[in-house]
Write a protein that binds this ligand. Structure first.
Ligand code: SAM
Ligand code: SF4
Length: 477
């Protein structure tokens, strides 16, 4: 099967699946590329062109250490050119873990009778959001199991509730969702509630592996899940996130699946996914996964770099599933968003009794390996010359979906993204940072302002920073 976008979007007809394992394997089984070809592919990406499946498969099949090092270096350079040194921060907020599916990797699976099932009520949601705001969070992703209770209307109500919670100077300015696939009408309902990104991870793009890992419930239907973000697009929800759960099947195949999915959305809707996630399987209660496909740290770094090169314009999310060390290593190769101060146990953000460093897997979806507070994460970012950003400007100004704008308008990043990142960092430093972190943060802001000269009216950015110091909030370009 060769990709023909026009065949996938026939008005008033259901979406067709667009992943063909034979095709993907055909690419993966090609003769290895030469060193010259690999260098040319890296250069194509550095020129900010998206790579095709053949080129991506050439990269994933590269094993020569010298060439792998070039792939990593290419990704590092591309990230610098495309995103600069901003890292956007967010936190997950688990709302409910009731689930009717039986996914073999997940602590919430229906067969797990030990799991404590909790759904936060409105008061508990407000308490959690207040606790998150008290640490400086501005962007959340609400996470749900798949259950009839968590209907589109239910999720929409949660979203509106979260936006309404204001604690001191705190507020949540962007609410993303990770929940089960919906019908077109459902996506319309959650869009109207003002959500940011809607994430659905395909878990594995291989139909046979998918069948083996999804033993019961609606999630068993591979095609329904695969076409879910097409339905979101049909509903006008053009800000979507894709992902694969690495460890279920051959990682090289999954990388090609993610790229195929991206190509499909771009070809059919003129807008690719806003973000790609690449979680690796972690320990979970009742975990039942064949270790055969677990991804080593070396392969993980490589696959993140290859994804960066493959889709230069897509945001990439790295979560607290990974350790501090891996996060530090991988971040440089193309990550644009990370979570901080993450707690998975339902209700834990507001409950001071829940320990930060001792998870109870009966109450949580999986084990995380980076349980540092948001403050600690921000301190490390600042020390490593990253700009922690809570920016939500594009979404608030209706620049959604067309996130390509940030790349297609020359100088957009220096004119908007970096100044906005600095303004949100300034807010954080004034409202939440300890004095020693604030000192390092202001020094970083000064260094970054110098680099903005000629791209944005630096005096105007300084004026806005002074306004923030004087108490004004939520300033952006
Ligand atoms: N219930 C919704 C669904 O299945 O689409 C929401 C997904 S779940 C709450 C969020 C994601 O966590 C899943 O899509 C899966 O990729 C990931 N996940 C599940 N179990 C995991 C594990 N043991 N380790 C790491 N990630 C896991
Ligand atoms: Fe992203 Fe828009 Fe903020 Fe730039 S200004 S970082 S594109 S949200």
């Amino acid at each position: 099967m060769k990709f023909k976008p026009e065949e996938y979007r026939i008005k008033d007809e259901p979406m067709k699946p667009f992943i063909d394992p034979e095709e993907i394997w055909e690419y993966l089984n090609q003769a290895p590329a030469t060193a010259e070809q690999i260098k040319a592919i890296i250069q194509k990406s550095l020129d900010k062109n998206r790579l095709n499946l053949q080129e991506v498969s050439a990269l994933v099949n590269t094993t020569d250490p010298a060439l792998v090092a070039e792939i990593l270096e290419g990704a590092r350079e591309l990230k610098k050119r495309v995103y600069g040194n901003r890292i956007v921060l967010f936190a997950p907020l688990y709302i409910g873990n009731k689930c009717t599916n039986n996914c073999r990797y997940c602590g919430f699976r229906t067969s797990n009778k030990e799991a404590e099932r909790v759904t936060l009520n409105d008061a508990e949601i407000v308490a959690a959001v207040e606790a998150l705001e008290e640490t400086g969070q501005k962007r959340l992703i609400l996470v749900y199991g798949e259950h009839p209770l968590y209907s589109p209307e239910y999720i929409a109500n949660n979203v509106k509730l979260v936006y309404g919670v204001k604690k001191d100077n705190g507020e949540i300015r962007r609410v993303n969702i990770n929940a089960a696939p919906m019908e077109i009408e459902g996506f319309r309902i959650v869009k109207e509630a003002g959500i940011g990104t809607y994430q659905v991870f395909q878990e594995t793009y291989n139909q046979d592996a998918y069948a083996a890992y999804h033993l019961g419930g609606k999630k068993r239907d591979f095609d329904y899940r695969l076409t879910s973000l097409d339905r979101a697009q049909e509903a006008g929800l053009d800000d979507v996130g894709i992902g694969a759960l690495f460890g279920l099947y051959d990682w090289r195949y999954e990388v090609l699946g993610l790229v195929r999915h991206t190509n499909h959305l771009e070809a059919c809707y003129n807008v690719g996914p806003h973000t790609i996630s690449f979680p690796r399987i972690q320990a979970a209660s009742e975990l039942d996964v064949d270790p055969k496909y677990l991804v080593s740290d070396a392969d993980f770094v490589k696959l993140v770099a290859i994804l960066r090169l493959a889709v230069p314009y897509t945001g990439m999310i790295l979560t607290a599933r990974e350790s501090q060390q891996i996060r530090r290593d991988v971040m440089q190769f193309g990550v644009s968003q990370i979570d901080g101060g993450t707690k998975l146990e339902l209700g834990a953000y507001a409950d001071k009794e829940v320990p930060d460093d001792n998870q109870d897997l009966k109450k949580e979806q999986f084990k995380i390996n980076d349980n540092r507070s948001l403050a600690e994460i921000i301190e490390e970012l600042v020390e490593n010359e990253y700009i922690p950003s809570f920016c939500t400007a594009c979404y608030r100004l209706g620049r959604t979906g067309e996130h390509f704008m940030e790349f297609s308008v020359p100088g957009f990043i220096k004119r908007y993204c970096t100044p906005n990142a600095l303004l949100t960092l300034a807010e954080y430093l004034v409202d939440y940072a300890k004095p020693e972190v604030a000192k390092k943060g202001w020094a970083l802001i000064e260094r970054e302002l110098l680099l903005l000269d000629g791209h944005q009216d630096v005096e105007e950015v300084r004026r806005r920073i002074e306004k923030i110091k004087a108490g004004t909030r939520d300033l952006y370009f």
